[in-house]
Design a protein around this ligand. Structure first.
Ligand SMILES: C[S@@+](CC[C@H](N)C(=O)[O-])C[C@H]1O[C@@H](n2cnc3c(N)ncnc32)[C@H](O)[C@@H]1O
Length: 258
């Protein structure tokens, strides 16, 4: 891959931009099998409430499409093991469809197996691909989501541009991501938990403390919500807003293609 001279954050390390994806891929290859269990353990189940808030905002039609109308189509970027897609198709009415794109074959394999167990393999399509260059035509999805994925993507602006390109006019982009704690007193506790407990859990449960150290560090390097909102504006989104949840531990970002 040609060197661009650009640098990127990989957790607290700096490395050439073109090397970041391979390092991120190693992390998710290593944790794929234990990824869902670790989410429950690390967040005490809270990630489910955060994801439900995202699904409520997606608001898939509950009674299916009107006669003659096309079904609701969701694209979930960096969708990994399919959590968001499952929730959206289960919340939506008959006909709701989801496509999960992820760059990591191991995460997708777990997702496909979960879809088969739930009888959702005809409703959810799993595609190996890069959020920075989507293999889909313009304007073909009603909603595009990305949960805890964007901070892992090396070229964030490219991924936002692609999300905008594939959204239909009137479609909504929603991004759930870790953010910055804004409750006095909670910060020290959160730091202690993040830098001590999470890597230890990662070692005990997923056999990889380093991968979970990266995940924690990458949260600290992700832009503040106002700065990310600016990036969404630059990508073309309208009515950009964000909502902090759980004392700022996560933020739900929203923008529309109008
Ligand atoms: C923390 S996981 C989130 C998975 C899922 N969205 C969830 O909320 O459970 C981050 C995911 O981003 C994926 N990813 C990283 N870089 C990517 C890229 N350039 N394009 C698509 N997916 C990417 C990883 O493979 C991983 O599955």
């Amino acid at each position: 891959m040609p060197r661009t001279g650009e640098m990127a954050d990989f957790g607290f390390q700096r490395l050439p931009l073109e090397h970041k994806q391979a390092r991120v891929d190693d992390v998710f290859r290593s944790v794929a099998r234990r990824y869902d269990l670790m989410n429950d353990l690390m967040s005490g189940g809270l990630h489910r409430a955060w994801k439900n808030a995202l699904v409520t905002a997606v608001d898939p039609p509950r009674h299916g499409p009107a006669v003659g109308a096309r079904p609701f189509a969701l694209l979930d970027l960096a969708g990994g093991t399919g959590d968001i897609a499952f929730r959206v198709v289960e919340a939506g009415g008959a006909g709701t469809r989801a496509t999960v794109v992820d760059i990591n074959a191991d995460m997708l394999a777990v997702g496909r197996a979960r879809a088969a167990e739930r009888g959702l393999d005809d409703t959810i399509t799993f595609v190996e691909g890069n959020a920075e260059a989507l293999p889909f035509p313009d304007r073909c999805y009603d909603a595009v989501t990305i949960a805890f994925g964007i901070r892992n993507v090396p070229r964030v602006a490219a991924a936002l541009g692609e999300a905008y390109r594939v959204l239909r006019i009137g479609g909504r982009f929603l991004c759930l991501e870790f953010s910055q704690v804004d409750v006095p007193g909670l910060e020290a506790l959160y730091d202690f938990y993040s830098f001590n407990v999470i890597p230890a859990l990662g070692r005990a449960v997923a056999g990889d403390a380093q991968a979970y150290r990266y995940l924690v560090e990458s949260i600290r390097r992700f832009p503040a919500p106002q700065a990310f909102a600016e990036m969404m504006h630059t990508a073309g989104f309208a009515r950009v807003s964000f909502q902090r949840m759980s004392g700022g531990i996560v933020a739900l970002h929203s923008g529309w293609r109008l």
